[in-house]
Design a protein around this ligand. Structure first.
Ligand SMILES: Cc1cc2nc3c(=O)[nH]c(=O)nc-3n(C[C@H](O)[C@H](O)[C@H](O)COP(=O)(O)O)c2cc1C
Length: 186
């Protein structure tokens, strides 16, 4: 399957950022059970197919249950050097180690020992517990924590806003039979 037309644009914007760690940080917006919005930063972990990306999270945090109530999400990904914003809309699926052990193992092995530490910490969002445990690293041979979760997003609408030209370039792609492009006023 060929790449969606917005993928090379996203790659170009990422490349302009160089090696800055923030290049993989994006904001995930969900809907809480009371209908109000929630937004937070996550790390982009890769593409699982042409129009499907993966994030990692923790079953113990709030977002998995929010996503079961409302699987539609929007991501906002800002590229400062490129002066471009991408808004990615789609449907989420939660994938556990029981469902896809190999996919989870691949992600776990690719994480650095310090990148794994948050999954070894006490329940996110609970009252702070000083006794921990608060390890700074988790070694390769440690078992995959049962609360590691893949958040797989099947995208169906992508919007780019590029502040470099005058006037700014804003366009969107919607997934129908293929990806239909439309230019919008900025
Ligand atoms: C730079 C940065 C990267 C983060 N990456 C992740 C991540 O990849 N996965 C994740 O679940 N939380 C990540 N977090 C923490 C989330 O922003 C959030 O605080 C946490 O997941 C709890 O969110 P929730 O209570 O809305 O579920 C990151 C935070 C920052 C500041």
């Amino acid at each position: 399957m060929s790449l969606p037309p917005w993928r090379p644009l996203l790659r170009g914007a990422r490349q302009r950022e160089g090696r800055s760690p923030g290049t993989t940080w994006l904001q995930l917006a969900t809907t809480a059970h009371d209908g109000t919005p929630r937004v937070r930063t996550l790390v982009f972990r890769g593409w699982s197919s042409a129009g499907e990306l993966e994030l990692l999270t923790d079953t113990r945090s709030d977002k998995p249950s929010e996503l079961l109530g409302q699987p539609r999400v929007e991501l906002c990904w800002l590229f400062r050097k490129a002066r471009e914003q991408f808004r990615l809309r789609g449907s989420s699926v939660l994938v556990s180690a029981e469902q896809e052990p190999e996919a989870l193992r691949d992600h776990w092995q690719r994480l650095s020992p310090s990148g794994r530490m948050v999954w070894a910490w006490p329940t996110p969002g609970d009252c702070f517990c000083p006794e921990g445990p608060w390890p700074q690293e988790v070694a390769d041979e440690e078992p995959i924590p049962s609360h590691l979760l893949i958040l797989r997003l099947a995208l169906d609408r992508v919007e780019q806003l590029d502040l470099k030209p005058h006037p700014h370039l804003r366009r969107c792609w919607e997934l129908r039979d293929g990806w239909l492009e439309q230019r919008l006023n900025p």
